[in-house]
Each structure stands twice: as structure tokens, then as C-alpha cells.
Design a protein around this ligand. Sequence first.
Ligand SMILES: Cc1ncc(COP(=O)(O)O)c(C=O)c1O
Length: 375
Amino acid sequence: MSPIKVDLGVGVYRDLSGNTPVLASVRRAEQEILGKQTTKSYVAAAGREEFNSAVEEMVLGAAHATRRDRRARTVQTPGGCGALRVGAELIRAAAPAVSVHVSDPTWGNHTPLLGSSGLRLERYPYYDPAAHQLRFQAMLERLDRAAEGDVVLVHGCCHNPTGADLDLGQWQALAQLLARRRLVPFLDLAYQGFAVDLDTDAAGVRLVAEQVPEALIAISFSKNLGLYRERVGALISISENEARADAVLSHVLQIARSIYSMPPDHGAAIAAHIFADLTLKKEWIEELTAMRTRIADMRGLLSRELRRAIGDGTFDFIRAQRGMFSLLGVSPQAVERLRDQHHIYMTSDSRMNLAGIMPHNVAYVAEAISAERLD
Ligand SMILES: Cc1ncc(COP(=O)(O)O)c(C=O)c1O
């Protein structure tokens, strides 16, 4: 085996030692919880109330119109995947004939998570990997032709796999189109805090949720709390009025009961404890900032090394994009050569996890990409 193996294929954060650590704030919260826990009895299908209200506030903001008008309802789910799946079942039960429009490209699991509920999936143009650019006009034009009542899945921030997000003006244009065409947004927020900060990263989600009568928001704490295997997530449903919100909530709980009965408690107990304790929350936000900064640093370093190796700014987009992933934009054959000849691993669509880049391997990776990028 090569001494230089660079794994850019995984979907988890890695620190400078290559580990996916338990955050110190999480470890401390966990110890405090375990010391105090008196029962392992069942929890409700909606999970922990204090978790749900803290999540709703973190995602929508304390003063959001949907909260003021009591139109938002939040339930704890087994990770973001659980939220996506419950949301899909809800859509299927309410409107079996609608299509769900997902971005091209999108995270590979969206297809099984949404499609296996029986919903029809369609794709809207989102990003051109060869030009390293959003296809925003094409996206709007395609969605303008969607049927009324169709669902549009949008990544809240740190788009996976492209790292290319909408700016606020684009979010605004999208929100207007969704409202005008009566399309239902399904917002997937799995990386809150990984782009800029907790509030800024939710700005698009908040803006859309404010301007439409109905929306779903799937939330994951796998990345920002490093709680991957504990399965911590939530589904927020926004409805047109309070009575409808209660009806949707009872439907969501019925679906949750029919799939997994109730969400796992341990990770949500940790998250809720951190959100409620000022000192722990401050510590967590510092750790989140450190993860985000490390990724941004590696983005800067890799684009600089690529500029040095290639002699032009072809890969400068890597620095400007956000979150853990970017598409290198090379062919599957080039991906194979990077793997077979240089031991650099990424998915065949050339998705790189920037958290796999280290200061000691970045020049090596840049040289290899420079050598293999063209067919
Ligand atoms: C875009 C996106 N949505 C949702 C998730 C859900 O994650 P989990 O179920 O682990 O919370 C992920 C995880 O990789 C993701 O990348």
C-alpha cells in the first residue's frame, strides 16, 4: 500500500490528524447527562420537547413570522435522513401525484430517501461541473414549468456535492418563484454553521419559509455537532395556519410511529443540553468555528497549490465554495487515474471532501490533479 493515501471520498469531517473527533462540548454534555439519567423508558414519537423548540429557534430564528403565527411544528427525527424520509411519506400521503424536483447534481441519498416512498423525482439544472458555475437562470426556468403543488428540494447551505450555494438575491428570486407558482419547498439543512455561521447559513431557509404558505425543513446535527452515529435530526413543517399546522403535526407523528416508533434519545439529549447551557453552547460554537475554519483554510491552500502547479486560476472556485465538498470537475477516467496512480480517492463524479486535505498532502494532491486532470 502507498504511504501516501489521500482519502477525499468520505462524507465526514476530519481534523488535522485525520480523525473525526468527539467534540469536547459533546463529551462534557454526555458525561453530565449520563450522571443524571434515571430511566431508559420510552420517549414520545416527537422526541424531546426542549430539543425541538431549541432546534426550531436555531433554524428559523427567535422572531420568525412562522413561529410568531404558530405555523411551525418541529419533531425530532433519526438524523437528517429520518427527516427526509418522514417528509417524503407526508408528501406522498397528502399529494401522491406530485413530483419532487431535486438539483442536478444532488446528494446521492436523496434519490432512495425520497424515491422509495413512491414519489416521482425530477431534476432541475443547478450546477455545471465543467464550467464550475451555478446554472441559476436554467434552474428558475425549469422550476417555472413545474406543476402547481410540486415539491422542490433545495439544499439550505453547503450544497452537497458541489459546494456552490445561492446568494441572498438568488434565494429571494427563488422564494418569489416558489410562492408565485405555488411550489412547496423541502429545504435540506445538513451543514448549518459549516459555511459562515449559524444564522447566516440559515438565511436562505428563513427567507423562503417566510414567503410561502407551506414548507418542510429537514435538519441534521451529524456534521455540526459531530453526532453522526447518534442519529440526531429534526423535521420542521410550516403550514398556512395554526389549525392546519396541528393537523400536519399529527400526521407526521403517525408516519413516524409507523416507521420507527420514536427517535433515539441519546444524541438529542446531548444536543438539547448543549443548546440550553450557555457555557457549553459557547464551547460548541468555538469548536464549530474551528471545523469551518479548517475547511476554509484547506480550500484556500488547495486552490493556491493548484494555481502554482497549473499556472492559472482554473481551480480558484474551490476557495470560493463552501462546506465540505466541491466537484473537481474532471472525468471519471481522471478520477480513476488519481486513484490508481496517485492513491487519491474521491467519488466517480469527482466530489472531493476538503476535510481530507492536510497541509502535508496538499502539494502532492495539486501536482497529481495537475498531471491527470485532462483526458
Ligand atoms: C445533503 C445532506 N442531507 C442530509 C444529510 C443527512 O445526514 P444524517 O442522516 O446523517 O443526519 C446529509 C449527510 O451527509 C447530507 O449531506
